[in-house]
Ligand binder design. Structure first.
Ligand SMILES: Nc1ncnc2c1ncn2[C@@H]1O[C@H](COP(=O)(O)OP(=O)(O)OP(=O)(O)O)[C@@H](O)[C@H]1O
Ligand SMILES: [Mg+2]
Length: 261
């Protein structure tokens, strides 16, 4: 696997936000800015599971959004299958996401008007799959995350952990080549979290997964843990496939993210 070309390649990726209300980088040199990511490089191989760990505000969600193609970096490149995502038009980037990426957002982003099954089936509508097959596939994935008895509930009729599992089912239902999951077990008890991780691991044989987490059980299923601090990559466990320089200060040696590869 190590010699395969990477599915995702981030090279010296930085993201700088201005504090302007439109969220864009101001041209004014004195405009206050936040460097959410500072020259981070990481590669994801097909089928690999990578976990991002690091304190709140360290840039995990930002990096996930860039890898997913939801945002573009201020500098550096994010490539999928050798294509620089910033070179695609907005429409082609959206198409790429629909075809290749399943995303579990930190705050779920479910549609309130749709049932659990309707939410999970939505990416299949966008792929032109017929209704009967959509229902079957959505039902199967919801059953796999323990929600077979909640198919017709709308999000407001579900607990936080149940909503999270619907979001996970929606990301997995298309069998995407890449799953991006932001704190996917954050709302779940240990037992339900383990059930969800099992479903991730079943998917992981074919799917690359990049997740952000603080949960030791979630970090433990990863092939590698990449630690961020203040927008910089500071440490790594597992095989060093990116030939990345590890912070000699070892600032993170005590974090739960550091597991043996
Ligand atoms: N749209 C934005 N505009 C300005 N600053 C932002 C924006 N999005 C993120 N930031 C800042 O960038 C930094 C990284 O944020 P990010 O959401 O990536 O952190 P995180 O590691 O996911 O944190 P958490 O564990 O709390 O989810 C933070 O300091 C945050 O305030
Ligand atoms: Mg986050």
């Amino acid at each position: 696997m190590t010699d395969d070309p990477p599915l995702v390649s981030c090279i010296n990726v930085s993201k700088v936000y201005s504090l302007a209300s439109n969220g864009r980088l101001s041209r004014r040199s004195d405009a206050p800015t936040v460097t959410a990511l500072d020259s981070v490089s990481v590669e994801v191989q097909p089928g690999e599971t990578i976990a991002l760990s690091g304190p709140s505000g360290s840039g995990k969600s930002t990096l996930l959004h860039l890898i997913a193609g939801l945002e573009t970096p201020t500098s550096g490149t994010v490539s999928f299958d050798g294509t620089d995502l910033a070179s695609l038009s907005g429409r082609r980037r959206t198409r790429h996401r629909l075809n290749n990426v399943g995303i579990v957002f930190q705050h779920f982003h479910l549609l309130d008007a749709l049932s659990a099954r309707g939410n999970v089936a939505l990416p299949l509508v966008e792929r032109g799959i017929r209704k009967r097959e959509r229902r079957e596939r959505a039902t199967e994935v919801l059953e796999a995350v323990g929600l077979g008895d909640r198919l017709t509930h709308t999000p407001d009729q579900l607990s936080g952990g149940e909503q999270q599992r619907v979001a996970i089912a929606r990301a997995l239902v298309t069998n995407p080549r890449l799953v991006i999951a932001d704190e996917p077990t954050g709302e779940l008890d240990t037992e339900t979290g383990a059930q969800v991780l099992e479903r991730f691991q079943a998917a992981a044989e074919e799917t690359a997964i990049v997740l952000a987490s603080h949960d030791p059980n979630t970090l433990a299923v990863a092939d590698r843990v990449v630690s961020l601090r203040d927008g910089q990559r500071v440490a790594e466990s597992g095989p060093d496939r990116d030939r990345h320089t590890i912070d000699p200060a070892g600032a993170h040696s005590g974090t739960p993210g550091e597991i043996d590869g």
